[in-house]
Design a protein around this ligand. Structure first.
Ligand code: AMP
Ligand code: TRP
Length: 327
């Protein structure tokens, strides 16, 4: 069975973007693949985190994985810091990567700009840890949103470089980006992506938002003045974003949606998108609340870490042997 690996950082509140770009697409592999889904808390500390908050968010994100529909009987759910091989192989990856490659990462450049003068070194090393996450499980496919494309590329590059220098150890992974949901845009500024860290609360739909808040945010979403409902990302980014969200949840194509809404106003489209989002998120929110209070969760994560480590340590051992490192 081919292996799937992905992870989400427990930093900030998850948005509809994280859900459609990542979490929802995790589900489609659970019956057909060997899946590892990780809460990547060691990635989150590349920017300062409050320790108590980090601990709480880590557990919350694990609960959300299950609430969204991942079945712990079928997939391995775990917390990154509980499997030390991630950091161990991460170090090896820093010795393969070139400084220039790391400096060219667009996410690094964006985050470094925000960090001001004192840029945490981990912010630059971050892709090496992500490479290790993926390679440890010999993953074939990595479901992520479009913003992670460059990180998947560097994973392939470093895996090939390692295999070339030291012998075939790692599987070369590929990215899996869901159609429609791979890049959900801000509701207030639809030319930039919907983000956990947006200061404008109206710009993002959070998975914890109550129904009426979701409706309000979608109603106020920025559109344009020509009144026509069709997909045109260049000229109609706001309407196109609503159509993408619709398509990701309803399964309709853009052409079908243009026909469905011919002659109708933005109000109708927004009401329908709001219904779809509310209908999708409400049951997740309800299951999530139940899970947070259940003692099951800790047991699931302990089992997950043990299973993940069994796989990770076998790969790590091979990598060490290939490089001449005692284990
Ligand atoms: P992060 O919030 O950076 O930990 O991202 C977790 C996952 O969500 C990654 O696979 C991202 O590619 C995905 N993601 C984040 N924001 C969006 C968005 N606006 N649209 C689609 N996917 C996203
Ligand atoms: N870098 C990813 C993000 O910011 C999170 C991540 C870390 C990840 N390790 C991973 C995603 C491994 C997929 C596979 O969203």
């Amino acid at each position: 069975m081919d292996v799937i690996f992905s992870g989400i950082q427990p930093s900030g509140n998850l948005t509809l973007g994280n859900y459609l770009g990542a979490l929802k697409s995790f589900l489609r592999f659970q019956d057909t693949h060997e899946c590892y889904y990780c809460v990547v808390n060691q990635h989150a500390i590349t920017v300062p985190q409050d320790p108590k908050e980090l601990r709480r968010r880590t557990t919350e994100l694990a609960a959300l994985y299950i609430a969204a529909g991942l079945d712990p009987e079928k997939v391995t759910l775990f917390v990154q810091s509980e499997v030390p091989e991630h950091v161990q192989l991460g170090w090896i990856m820093t010795t393969l990567a070139y400084v220039g490659e790391m400096e060219r990462m667009t996410q690094y450049k964006d985050k470094a700009k925000k960090a001001g003068e004192s840029i945490p070194y981990g912010l630059m090393a971050y892709p090496c840890l992500m490479v290790a996450d993926i390679l440890l499980y010999q993953a074939k496919l990595v479901p992520v949103g479009e913003d992670q494309r460059q990180h998947i590329e560097i994973t392939r590059t470093l895996a090939e470089r390692f295999n070339y220098r030291y012998g075939e150890v790692f599987t070369i992974p590929e990215m899996f980006a869901p159609e429609g949901g791979a890049r959900v845009m801000s509701l207030q500024n639809p030319t930039s992506k919907m983000s956990k860290s947006d200061d404008n609360q109206m710009a993002s739909i959070y998975l914890g938002d109550e129904d009426d808040m979701i409706v309000k945010k979608i109603k106020r979403a920025q559109t344009d003045s020509d009144g026509e409902i069709r997909y045109d990302k260049e000229n109609k980014p706001g309407v196109s974003n609503l159509l993408s969200i619709h398509a990701a949840l309803s399964g309709r194509t853009f052409d079908q949606l243009a026909a469905d809404y011919a002659g109708q106003g933005y109000g109708t489209l927004k009401a329908d998108v709001a219904d779809l989002v509310v209908g999708e998120l409400r049951p997740i929110r309800e299951r999530y609340r139940e899970l947070l209070d259940s003692p099951e969760l800790q047991r699931i994560l302990d089992d997950g870490a043990a299973k993940a480590q069994a796989k990770a340590s076998a790969t790590y051992r091979k990598a060490c042997e290939a490089m001449g490192l005692q284990r």
